[in-house]
Design a protein around this ligand. Structure first.
Ligand code: DGL
Length: 295
């Protein structure tokens, strides 16, 4: 059996990617993990494509210099705008968080007859990119047997009525990230903001709601209460962790042995704040956090 003992690199614009980190750690306990949170430059969600690509490329370079075996872009905004570019320049495989979440959304809605509504919430930049709508349609096409190499106009193809009945609602919720970054997790104001943003989505009775931002799983309990039991909540972090595990198994890239994996964290600003809030998100103390400056 083949193994690969190099670490996995995970990065986000800030703290939110820890939700993906947590899921990876849960199902890959022996892997060494390196996390980078760009805390000096968060948020990415209101920045231009060029800036997001520049920041993401710098972080990818930093992580590949550390000898990672794969990189996980644990940020929906960066996955929306920079993933194609990062894949082109990267010496190691790069995973985003959009494809696994989109795949799950298609699977959930496949079993529904009639009108299928998939709702996606994310940052303004993610919604503006249309990456979820595009990827959901691509995943549906693959499920209906269209090969990746075929040049099919996915939007104009019906796939046994799937497309005709499919409606994708993408909604930006720009206040969620600052609320999470400020640690406003149990405050009334957070509940009210969730109510405000989700009102128009709830009216549509979606089959599922994709949490298209890595900060949002931190608000999952509130979101779940608001949206009700009939809508399945899809956490891209959970789906990404699953697909990374499958990939490492398939390509003989798991770490050998059964010793708990090492963890190291890098941030671009204020390691104390990251330790404090990040520790809350992970539900355990974070120790070895180092500050890196790109300028
Ligand atoms: N982590 C980002 C995402 O998943 C949200 C925070 C930001 O705007 O940078 O989209």
């Amino acid at each position: 059996m083949k193994f690969n003992n190099s670490p996995i690199g995970i990065f986000d614009s800030g703290l939110g990617g820890l939700t993906v980190f947590k899921e990876i750690r849960k199902i890959l306990p022996f892997e060494d993990l390196i996390y980078f949170g760009d805390t000096a430059r968060v948020p990415y969600g209101n920045k231009s494509k060029e800036t997001i690509i520049k920041y993401s490329s710098e972080i990818l370079g930093f992580l590949t210099d550390k000898g990672i075996k794969i990189a996980i872009v644990a940020c929906n905004t960066s996955s929306s705008w920079a993933l194609d570019y990062l894949r082109k320049i990267s010496p190691v495989p790069v995973f985003g968080v959009i494809e696994p979440g989109a795949q799950k959304a298609v699977e959930v809605s496949l079993n529904i007859s009639g009108r299928k509504i998939i709702a996606v919430i994310g940052t303004s930049a993610t919604v503006k990119s249309g990456a979820y709508s595009k990827t959901i349609k691509e995943k549906a096409a693959l499920l209906y047997g269209v090969k990746k190499s075929e040049k099919v106009n996915i939007s104009n193809t019906d796939f046994n009525g799937f497309n005709e009945n499919l409606e994708i609602i993408e909604k930006s919720c720009p206040l969620f990230v600052p609320l999470v970054e400020e640690g406003f997790l149990n405050e009334e104001i957070t509940k009210n903001v969730i109510k405000y943003y989700l009102a128009s989505v709830i009216k549509e009775k979606p089959a599922c709601l994709v949490l298209g931002c890595t900060h949002y799983p931190i608000l999952k309990d509130f979101i779940e209460k608001e949206i009700g039991d009939d809508t399945e909540i899809i956490d891209s972090g959970v789906e990404t962790a699953r697909s990374v595990k499958n990939y490492l198994e398939e390509f003989g890239m798991l770490k050998s042995g059964t010793e708990s994996g090492n963890e190291i964290f890098f941030v671009s600003d204020d390691s104390e704040r990251f330790k404090e809030l990040g520790g809350k998100f992970l539900g355990r103390p974070i120790d070895n956090v180092y500050v890196v400056n790109f300028s």
